[in-house]
Design a protein around this ligand. Structure first.
Ligand SMILES: C[S@@+](CC[C@H](N)C(=O)[O-])C[C@H]1O[C@@H](n2cnc3c(N)ncnc32)[C@H](O)[C@@H]1O
Length: 208
């Protein structure tokens, strides 16, 4: 087996610089560096924030968020797969297409940040993967709009496809500022991008 590769089931998982750094720093996934870069660019978190993480497994975004919001903050994470506990997080096992906002909120009134790193099970058929990713992004945006406090922040992963501009327009209708980012730690070969949005305006009747 080539150096830097580990066999995991029938897939090869590339062990790169970011993977090793995440492991050294006690994070569960290299994805943590994407969130760190987004946070540094747009100022995603404040101490005491209430945070919702859609598609939270294995948990590195929750680990990072905990460090930024501190013990006064609150976090909820949901994924189709169960993960070991993360300090400060309430974890749900479920599908975002069936969960209702009240289940995510629990005893909280609102979230300050909703984030989604969700990705579909990829098929290799580009248009199918793009449309599944866009559906996950659209659902994340819908849940964000149902649970965010005014002024709240949102970040969601998306594989850019035919509905990309429509989804950006939907974000612009609901948030004061919207940016598209491709973090340096995102593999260049990956078609993923992150849409960040801040200054939630509340739901506007008739918005796209
Ligand atoms: C790239 S991983 C998230 C990594 C995470 N941000 C971290 O740092 O540990 C994407 C996750 O999205 C989850 N996911 C995909 N579709 C989902 C759905 N419909 N409902 C809930 N979770 C979903 C997958 O199970 C997977 O764990």
């Amino acid at each position: 087996m080539a150096k830097g590769r580990t066999r995991l089931g029938d897939r090869n998982v590339r062990h790169d610089h970011f993977h090793d750094r995440a492991k050294d720093q006690g994070f569960r996934a290299r994805a943590v560096f994407k969130l760190e870069e987004i946070d540094k660019a747009v100022g995603l978190f404040r101490p005491g924030d209430r945070v919702c993480d859609l598609g939270c497994a294995p948990g590195s975004w929750l680990q990072y968020a905990r460090g930024r919001i501190g013990e006064r903050g609150a976090m909820v994470g949901i994924d189709r797969v169960a993960i070991p506990g993360v300090p400060g997080a309430r974890l749900l096992v479920g599908d975002v297409f069936t969960v209702v906002p009240a289940d995510l909120l629990g005893t909280l009134d609102h979230f300050d940040v909703v984030m989604s790193d969700m990705a579909p099970d990829t098929t290799g058929v580009r248009h199918m993967d793009q449309s599944r990713s866009e559906a996950l992004f659209e659902r994340a945006l819908e849940l964000a709009c149902a649970t965010l406090a005014p002024g709240g922040r949102f970040v969601g992963k998306i594989f850019q496809g035919p509905d990309f501009q429509k989804l950006i327009a939907a974000c612009r209708a609901r948030f004061a500022t919207v940016k598209v980012m491709k973090p340096a730690s995102s593999r260049q070969i990956s078609i993923e991008q992150y849409i960040t949005a801040a200054g939630f305006r509340g739901v506007t009747p008739g918005a796209p």
